[in-house]
Design a protein around this ligand. Structure first.
Ligand SMILES: Nc1ncnc2c1ncn2[C@@H]1O[C@H](COP(=O)(O)OP(=O)(O)OP(=O)(O)O)[C@@H](O)[C@H]1O
Length: 256
C-alpha cells in the first residue's frame, strides 16, 4: 500500500451461512470503516473463521449481503468481484505455506503470481518483509519445514502484507507465539492500521493482543454479533457473557 492510501470498508448485512442443517452464521450485521481495526472474539467454533472466509469468497453464503467499499459482491460482475477481493490480504490460522518452496518464494508468491520474476529483487523484498516481522535474512533461504511454528506464523504474516493490501484479515496471529514475539506482531498490525490506514479484521483468543490492536471489538455468539463496542469499553461492557469471556470465567456447570 502506498503512503497516504486508505483501507477499504466492509459491510455485512443479514449474512447467513449454513453447513447442511447446521446454522453457523444466522444473521450477521457488521460494519468495518476504512482504516479501522476490528477484533472479533467468540467461543471456539462460533463461526469467526467462516465469517472471514465468506467475505473472501472462499465459502459461498446462503443469505444476506456482503459489501466491499459499498459494492455488493454478489451483484458485481465477476471481474470487479475478483478485483475487490484481491485487495484483501489474509493470514490463515495454520499459516498455509507451500512446503516445497523456500521462504522467500512463499513470501513473494502473490507478487509474482507463480511466474518467474527478477529473483534477486524478489529475494531482497522478502528479506525486507522478514525484518518487519522480526526474522533474520537467513530465514529467506530455508524451507517452511525447517522453521518453528512461531516462525512459520511470522513468515505467513510477511506473505499476507507483501502485496500491500488495503484490507487484511488475521486469523489468530499471535497464537503459539511467546509474549515478546506476540508483541512484535501486535505492533506490526497496529502500525499497518495507524501508519498506513489499512483496514484490519483480526480473530483472536488472546485478550492482551485484542487490547493492543483493536479500535473496536465484536463478539460473535449463536450466529450473531452478540456485542460490539470500543476496545476501551471491553472491561465495562455491561454484558455478562462478554465479561466472563474477557476474564476467562466459566459459569458453574458450563461445559466446553
Ligand atoms: N467447510 C466446512 N464444512 C463444514 N463445516 C464447517 C466448514 N468450515 C467450518 N465448519 C464448521 O463451522 C463452525 C464454525 O467454524 P469456524 O472455524 O468458523 O469457528 P471459529 O469461531 O473460527 O473457531 P476457533 O476459535 O476454534 O478457530 C464449526 O462448527 C465448524 O465445524
Amino acid at each position: 500500500m502506498t503512503a497516504g492510501a486508505r483501507g477499504g470498508s466492509i459491510e455485512l448485512v443479514g449474512v447467513r451461512k449454513t453447513f447442511g442443517p447446521k446454522v453457523v452464521l444466522d444473521h450477521i450485521d457488521l460494519k468495518v470503516a476504512p482504516g479501522e481495526s476490528l477484533v472479533v472474539i467468540g467461543g471456539s467454533g462460533t463461526g469467526k473463521s467462516v465469517m472471514l472466509k465468506s467475505v473472501l469468497g472462499i465459502l459461498p453464503i446462503d443469505g444476506g449481503v456482503i459489501r466491499l467499499d459499498g459494492v455488493d459482491l454478489a451483484a458485481a460482475p465477476r471481474a470487479d468481484r475478483t478485483n475487490l477481493r484481491n485487495r484483501i490480504g489474509m493470514l490463515f490460522q495454520g499459516g498455509a505455506l507451500f512446503d516445497s518452496l523456500p521462504v522467500w518464494r512463499n513470501i513473494t508468491f502473490a507478487l509474482t503470481r507463480g511466474r518467474s520474476r527478477n529473483a534477486k529483487a524478489m529475494h531482497a523484498k522478502a528479506v525486507e518483509l522478514l525484518a518487519k516481522v522480526g526474522l533474520d535474512a537467513a530465514v529467506a533461504d530455508l524451507k517452511p519445514s525447517e522453521l518453528s511454528g512461531g516462525m512459520q506464523k511470522r513468515v505467513a504474516l510477511a506473505r499476507a502484507i507483501a502485496a500491500e493490501p488495503q484490507i487484511i484479515f488475521f486469523d489468530e496471529p499471535t497464537t503459539g507465539l511467546d509474549p515478546i514475539r506476540a508483541d512484535t506482531i501486535n505492533r506490526l498490525i497496529r502500525g499497518l492500521v495507524t501508519d498506513l490506514g489499512v483496514t484490519a479484521v483480526t480473530i483472536t483468543h488472546d485478550m492482551a493482543s485484542a487490547r493492543r490492536i483493536a479500535d473496536r471489538v465484536a463478539m460473535l455468539k449463536d450466529g450473531r454479533i452478540h456485542w460490539e463496542g470500543k476496545v476501551a469499553d471491553l472491561e465495562n461492557s455491561g454484558n455478562d457473557y462478554v465479561d466472563r469471556f474477557v476474564h476467562g470465567r466459566a459459569e458453574d456447570g458450563e461445559a466446553g
